[in-house]
Design a protein. Structure first.
Length: 394
């Protein structure tokens, strides 16, 4: 029996990562909405900052937020932390299984930097935890008291990391490491600030001591940071399905502009929770997305597709650079089935998937992965010429 441990482990971790991520994002978005939607209690109650009545699933719910803490600690208190921890742990293990175990295929692009596997892994980890160190330093600096300026500086730092990573790693490897930096900062907010501060609040209440209101304010600040970082990290999670996003010389800028649009849209909803319809932020988000598509389209080098190419020449290129992965029984290490179900073993199959070949190998140059087979621009031009001429086979 040929049991492919890596593939099944990849699936299990990816499934767990998505499930936990949905739970974390859902809880995070809900509590930001709840916090922004509270109204003064009616009638006023001592210590209660705001309340909200809601109806869902056939029942009525009454939520209250205390200015610092309730006068009496309840017997049962729910802590929201395992959603975040499980998301990060599963994501980091998935990073190890796919991008570090499979670094020669998914992470290293020898045309950029000819890393060996240990050096590539060390560089990736340095960016992830170095990014966390920069973020924590910013949060503990006076800049944290100026939220808008903090956001600009942190966004610039992430954009700089994206630029550097796209010069070091394969495009999809670079993108996933930007996502790992953001995700690590988000879970660190929970692990290093939010939960410890909540623990100190509970301990003070049990000891009958006054609660420091700065603890809750610091946790709220980190929660708001996570709220704005969520959409960019979700975008990165799906980015490898879109070669026109991750490929090209300005892919780092495309990512930055779309992410800025996502944060603008997030801000629109946050302000709407307060009852403010700031539609300009929704419009800005949409326009930034359009701008990103133009950057991605017009910054991409145009493949040379002049003339015509015979199908035997095309098939020879496919056999040389693609068939080891895209055959019914791949011979490339790490693949037991053709990626994305794309099989290029016959003329009919090559013609069937010609548009995808163009997107992946000609327009974006994201295939072969890491260009490990050394496909030349001339070969890409030949593929493009054949596809533009109608992708005809004998």
């Amino acid at each position: 029996m040929d049991y492919d441990l890596a593939t099944w482990l990849n699936l299990a971790l990816r499934w767990l990562h998505v499930i936990a991520g949905v739970a974390w994002i859902g809880a995070s978005f809900y509590f930001v909405w709840l916090d922004n939607s509270l109204s003064p209690p009616d009638p006023p109650r001592e210590g209660v900052k705001g309340e909200l009545w809601a109806v869902h699933g056939g029942g009525f719910y009454h939520s209250q937020k205390y200015m610092v803490a309730p006068a009496r600690l309840p017997g049962h208190l729910h802590w929201f932390k395992w959603e975040a921890y499980t998301t990060w742990i599963s994501g980091f293990l998935l990073l190890c299984v796919l991008y570090y175990w499979g670094a020669p295929v998914y992470l290293i692009d020898a045309s950029k930097v000819a890393f060996n596997q240990p050096a590539a892994i060390a560089t990736g980890l340095a960016f992830i935890f170095g990014g966390l160190a920069v973020y924590e330093a910013l949060c503990r600096s006076p800049l944290a008291q100026r939220p808008r300026l903090f956001g600009v500086v942190w966004f610039a730092a992430l954009t700089g990391a994206a630029y550097a990573l796209t010069r070091l790693f394969s495009d999809r490897g670079a993108f996933i490491h930007v996502g790992a930096i953001i995700g690590t900062c988000m879970v660190a907010n929970v692990f290093l600030t939010i939960i410890p501060n909540q623990t100190k609040i509970v301990a003070a209440m049990r000891a009958g001591e006054p609660v420091d209101p700065r603890l809750g304010a610091a946790g709220k600040q980190r929660s708001v940071h996570n709220n704005y970082m969520t959409l960019p990290v979700v975008l990165i999670m799906i980015s490898n399905h879109y070669p026109l996003l991750i490929g090209g010389p300005l892919n780092w800028l495309t990512l930055a502009v779309i992410s800025a649009g996502g944060m603008s849209i997030r801000h629109f909803f946050n302000r709407r929770h307060f009852g403010e319809n700031r539609h300009e932020f929704l419009f800005i988000g949409a326009m930034l997305f359009v701008a990103a598509t133009l950057i991605a389209t017009y910054s991409r080098p145009r493949p040379s597709v002049a003339g015509s190419t015979s199908f035997p020449a095309v098939q020879a290129i496919v056999d040389r650079h693609c068939i080891m992965c895209h055959s019914p029984s791949p011979t490339h290490a790490g693949f037991t089935a053709p990626p994305a179900g794309v099989v290029l073993d016959t003329p009919d199959h090559i013609a069937q998937f010609a548009p995808r070949i163009y997107d992946m190998a000609v327009a974006s140059k994201t295939m072969p992965l890491g260009n490990e087979t050394g496909m030349t621009d001339q070969e890409r031009g030949q593929l493009g010429a054949w596809i533009k001429a109608g992708a005809k086979t004998p």
